[in-house]
Write a protein that binds this ligand. Sequence first.
Ligand code: SAM
Length: 310
Amino acid sequence: MIKIWKLKAIVQKTISYLPYSNKINYIFQKFVTKAVHLNDDYFYDRLVHARDHINFFTEHGNSTFPNTCLEIGTGWYPVVPISFFLVGSNKIYSVDITQLLTKKRLKIAIEKIIESNSNGKLEFYINYIPQRFEILKDIFHNFDNMALDEILLKLNIEYLIEDARKLSLPDDSIDLINSNNTFEHIYPEILIPILKDFKRVLNKNGGIMSHFIDMSDHFANFDKTINKFNFLKYSDKQWKWIDNSIQPQNRLRIYDYKKIYQDLEIPISFETFEIGNLDDFNTIKLDAKFLAKANNENAIIQCHFVSLFN
Ligand SMILES: C[S@@+](CC[C@H](N)C(=O)[O-])C[C@H]1O[C@@H](n2cnc3c(N)ncnc32)[C@H](O)[C@@H]1O
């Protein structure tokens, strides 16, 4: 019988050729795969990223909090940009090539943050400024009377719908550039020019880049009969048939990202990584393209790179 993740791959591939593919994919993910719901796992995972970016900045950046921030890959729920607002950032750009954020999803994200404060959890992640939290609550209470742009303006967030290869931002203007679960969806021919433009816009006087990358097979989140390394079985040619343009997975491993950084002369000043379950890994017959590297490198399923510039 055909595996359920393959059915998902076929459906997403088909959707990717249709007009309004992102909208159709949202409906598919909402009602069929249930992958776009801001559940606790998803929400607290993003708060962890926000906490890590902010902590790195506080320890190594040019100030106690980043005044200007840029996130690439806004996605559905802007939990990380709102976290930057709560710690004091005055200008937060969030860039996406596709408009996925809606007023409804923004409300869900704000509600979840307020709820996490009510149950005493928020402060363990974010050392927020009380006045900023009050603004957030005010926004929530008046939410239905305001337009999306108006709400984002109050949160110091500018939502840019553009290609991050050519950012409409001045040189040296951003203190903290970050991304969350995004690089793994961007193939190198696009990621490299994006990183070049990040270098241009980053404040070279104490600015920081901080990127969290999830290198696991995302189909495994949906189909529990496969593991997080399943996609490493396939050759590039086979993967091209399976992969789709609405949620592409580049399958890059940590050494590939390190090579890209090295070639672009972007330092990796701090890194953390997690090796996945090796018993699962050992069930996979790796495609030849991965064989030149050690198992414990191929088995890394997530990493966080921080680059200091000064
Ligand atoms: C998986 S989603 C982001 C997830 C989100 N950061 C989160 O934490 O939930 C990756 C996003 O990157 C965006 N993206 C891909 N290529 C891009 C590009 N060249 N410029 C800007 N955004 C891009 C996609 O449209 C997509 O919304």
